[in-house]
Design a protein around this ligand. Sequence first.
Ligand code: GLC
Length: 539
Amino acid sequence: MNKNTNEWVWWKHGVIYEIFPKSFYDSNADGTGDIQGIILKLDYLSSLGIDAIWLTPIYESPMFDFGYDVSNYREIDPVFGTLNDFKTLLVEANKRNIRIIMDMVLNHTSHLHSWFLESKSSLDNPKRDWYIWKEGVKNKPPNNWLSSWGGSAWEKDETTGYYYFHSCMKEQPDLNWRNKEVIEAVFDEVRYWLDLGVDGFRLDVINWIIKDKHLRNNPSYSRLLNIQRHLFDRNRKGAHRIARKFRLLLDEYEDRMAVGEVFSFPPGNPKLSASYLGKGDELNLAFDFSLMYRTWSASSFYKCIKKWYKLVADKGWPSIVLSSHDYPRSIGRYAVLNKTDRFKRAKVAAFLQLTLKGTPFIYYGEEIGMTNVFMKPSEISDPLGKKFWPIYKGRQPARAPMQWTSEKNGGFTSAADTWMKMNADYKKINVESQLPNDKSLLNLYKDLIEIRKNTPALYSGEFEAVKKGKSGVLAYYRLHYYSDNVFVALNFTSTIKTISVKNTDNWKVLLSTHRNKEEITTINELKLAPYEASVFIKI
Ligand code: GLC
């Protein structure tokens, strides 16, 4: 399909690749990945076939939470390079038809952002109301709201003796989105990036941005596990109003998009996620994390998909996410005990993600099967990991440096040390060793992305389930109104499975873990090898 025709909407039909920049590639030998490093790897990304990169935050930040604490939305943090580096990245990426999506942290800033420094300076500072301030009650926080980082979400600031609210760390005060000046000021920052030419935004915890006007106490409460029902500080109706405004802002520009992180605990709340698509007037896409929280089971995956599609329906377009910087790497999640089948399952998962209806978001390193790093408490710098270890080791094990080669430090850096521990398996699992191997996971990703790109039924066709996972097989059609239909069969099990499909047509293999490309077959009695994943196109 010609990408210049209207039918090819890039954020619907393209493949998006998430980069955690500190860990992608280090260009200046300081042990930390940077923007120039990403530029050096654009040819790799282009050969992978992706259409857009989502960068986790690269703005100026004291890095209490890996950049999700922004102290200046218009500057690039020196760790990553300069604004000029970023502009070069835009140009170089665009030359290769790769778009750039920034991570926009709307809910909070850093406690070192000039807005907060002004806001806390006095009770009558003009920016006082830009954050959420309240007097304590008998020297205790104003209400029972808990931070997702543990403990009260209120921090007393000695300058005025008031408390300020922080959904996350105390170094991340929440902005007051009920204040019109805040909306204008943040939207100006957003415009700044749109004017520079970025193609879209991933919106951090979008469902948290509006809090109850009266700051009413949340209902249930378990101090031990830091769990509470966040009735009044999250998922307020007003967040949808902001999402609509954000969409209007985006639509002033051509061809831009926003994808929302809709955070829920326990994770995976498709109804809530889908609600952020509004009536097609809120965000273009929203994440549903349900598939990340399912153990390896065709039927349980099917149930998630069915629910997600039903909820998204014609309000918008689904996204398909199997991993991200906040969750353990998928290869370990989908094969916890069964280590021998890891790569086989990773291949089936790749087929699933890249043949379903919806925009796939691939987390860097998934294409080579990177695994979580084992970390000792002393090696962890993620505040969540430090706080909750050993119950929860935090998110860092999934954020290790990309494994490019089998050389020292995986070819990620020429420095003696990497900013965080490399995974010891880099000698075996790396890009260089997988490239020449036709059967590698990396080449499978490339092939899948390529067939997806060239097959209208795969990038925009409707989904129709044929086998719903009961016997361990998931099979579905992708139906296109003018182009050839596709049939996908995924055997999630380690045994041979035969499926019967009421269909007498002839089909050609587009891509398969076990069959030869171009092979012609019928699908009415289809025998699937263990962990076979095959895509057929009707002839
Ligand atoms: C989101 C980000 C996460 C960050 C948090 C606070 O969930 O994905 O990494 O720590 O928001 O900004």
